[in-house]
Design a protein around this ligand. Structure first.
Ligand code: GDP
Ligand code: GDP
Length: 524
């Protein structure tokens, strides 16, 4: 059975996504009057036309997921985002103590990859899980480079990011090894955070090893919980204890907090001006340091009033606490960027207007694109610009930033504060786009007109048709096309470009999925 093709988020070409880079964008011939024709169509007519197309889908083989997508298409459905946020369990510890194995046990699946090969970097990942009716999110912090240099700090830094959003922490120690100095570094961090911690003594595969576990009392985290993640020994009791400690809802907003002020991530390479901008924006207007999201000493997010409204700048601790940056390490930069993106709705990527775009800038932009968050580009240090540089900058933007040409641009100076008031309108535009839902009638009318004026090229004697389109979700907008055949990547890009021209979407990525469906065989 063919499932949805994760074709064409129009976000450059993330590695590992084929179909995204082959083929240039389809170039239509001749003029069209799609915008005019759409404007002339009444909502009721559009709705009726879409309903007819929808009915036509009944002749095709649809799976359960298709049905779920289609059942959602009723206009004016409830807005997403009001459901409670499940509590978060973070699993932290040194490399190789068995965190991923334990996470696999907890989620009851084989998904978290267990690597026997040292040196493999995995991303921080989160999973939905359930135990005795309690639903929670598990965050696995596995995977950092296993190099000896600075391993303490790296383990602690990565664990810290997970702990910041966690309601309960599982601290995993290898009972066969005992407590190491890295473990002690993590304990120090955990003390500072003050979250409930369960000490897990892993690799206690049988009774004789329980004595090993007992030595871990010495870490000062109370009684160690002996388990064997591999064999499942003791994990049921452990989960009982976890569930006992978990609150009904996440006290820290979950992995992706919902509701409340809009969440902004300030991103950019070291020295581009993030902390200067944060200071300028927050400065004397800084009304609240958010204490629910961290301890007083170590706030994670800051609430800042801009343009008469509160905004939540996420992970500002990483911007204000500069010792990591001092190492200039890409590792920490990318860790912080990902973590901030997890929590944010919109990213402001700072670029240095007075300097040539760097590889690191491009990598950061790619992380934003991969995250599906809204995007604003801020060209900082504009006070250092001169006319010559401006010409070059425009050229660089055309050449290197064409794949994010849809993002609003703000030129500013974090140092002088020049144009800092331009940021809010840009954020509003990007977030509005990110939240946009095209009514199904309008969407199908648009595609109908588009395909009539510029049909898909014939491939192998056949012409793939678009049967029906729906936008099942926003944040970012995701559109799903039901088709009779595979649409060329270049043609999908063309659709996305025309969607932008017709409906806006400035500042937001658009995901365009495709479900190729076959006609039902006739009943005998
Ligand atoms: P992580 O780096 O902390 O995520 O550790 P992994 O889950 O990748 O496990 C590291 C190694 O320890 C793997 O070879 C696992 O098979 C092994 N391991 C994990 N849990 C146990 C356990 O309970 N008992 C034994 N004997 N080995 C385990
Ligand atoms: P971060 O590492 O991204 O947080 O960057 P900082 O905010 O610490 O800024 C790095 C350096 O650039 C500092 O010396 C700032 O004073 C300087 N800087 C930041 N913004 C501007 C700006 O708009 N114009 C000028 N001329 N310098 C700036």
């Amino acid at each position: 059975m063919s499932t949805e093709n994760s074709a064409g988020r129009d976000t450059g070409a993330p590695a590992g996504k084929p179909n995204d880079d082959d083929g240039a964008e389809y170039v239509p011939t001749g003029e069209d009057r799609i915008a005019e024709r759409l404007a002339a169509l009444s909502d009721e007519d559009a709705r009726q036309r879409a309903e007819a197309l929808r009915a036509g889908l009944e002749d095709y083989e649809l799976d359960d997921e298709d049905a779920a997508l289609l059942s959602d298409w009723v206009e004016g459905e409830t807005e997403p985002g009001n459901e409670p946020v499940p509590p978060v369990l973070a699993v932290v510890g040194r490399p190789n103590v068995g965190k991923s194995t334990l996470v696999n046990r907890i989620i009851g699946r084989r998904e978290a990859v267990v690597e026997d090969v040292p040196g493999v970097t995995r991303d921080r990942v989160s999973y939905e899980s359930e135990w005795n009716g309690t639903i929670f999110t598990v965050v696995d912090t596995g995977g950092w480079e296993h190099d000896a240099k600075g391993i303490h700090q790296r383990v602690a830094a990565q664990a810290e990011l997970a702990v910041d959003v966690a309601d309960v922490v599982l601290f995993v120690v290898d009972a066969t090894v005992g407590a190491t100095s890295t473990d002690e570094a993590v304990v120090k961090m955990l003390r500072r955070k003050g979250r409930p911690v369960i000490l897990v003594a892993n690799k206690v595969d049988d009774l004789t090893q329980e004595a090993d576990a007992a030595t871990l009392w010495g870490l000062g985290l109370g009684e160690p919980f002996p388990v064997s993640a591999v064999h499942g020994r003791g994990t049921g009791d452990l989960l009982d204890a976890v569930v006992e400690l978990l609150p009904a809802e996440s006290a820290y907003g979950g992995i992706i907090p919902r509701g409340g002020p809009r969440r902004v991530a300030l991103l950019g390479r070291p020295n581009v001006g993030k902390s200067s901008l944060l200071n300028k924006l927050a400065g004397s207007d800084r009304v609240v340091v958010d204490e629910t999201a961290g301890t007083t000493r170590d706030p994670v997010d800051e609430l800042v009033e801009l343009g008469g409204r509160l905004w939540r700048f996420v992970d500002t601790a990483g911007i204000r606490r500069r010792q990591h940056m001092a190492h200039g390490s890409d590792y920490y930069a990318s860790l912080r960027t990902r973590s901030a993106l997890d929590k944010a709705e919109v990213a402001v990527v700072l670029l240095e207007a007075s300097e040539v775009l760097s590889e690191q800038d491009v990598r950061i932009l790619q992380l934003v694109l991969d995250s599906g968050r809204a995007l604003v580009l801020a060209f900082n240090k504009w006070d250092l610009m001169d006319e010559d540089r401006r010409v070059y900058l425009e050229r660089e933007i055309d050449r290197d930033l064409a794949h994010v040409a849809w993002a609003p641009r703000v030129n500013l100076s974090a140092k002088t504060g020049w144009h800092k008031d331009r940021l809010v309108p840009a954020l509003d535009i990007a977030l509005d786009s990110w939240d946009t839902r095209i009514p199904t009638g309008k969407l199908n009318a648009f595609l109908g007109e588009l395909v009539a004026a510029h049909p898909h090229p014939v491939r192998g004697g056949k012409q793939p048709r678009i049967l029906f389109a729906t936008q099942p979700s926003t944040q970012p907008p995701r559109i799903v096309l039901f088709t009779t055949g595979f649409l060329d990547p270049g043609y999908r890009r063309f659709i996305i470009r025309r969607l932008r021209e017709t409906f806006g979407f400035e500042g937001s990525p658009i995901e365009l999925g495709m479900r190729v469906r076959e006609k039902r065989s006739r009943k005998r």
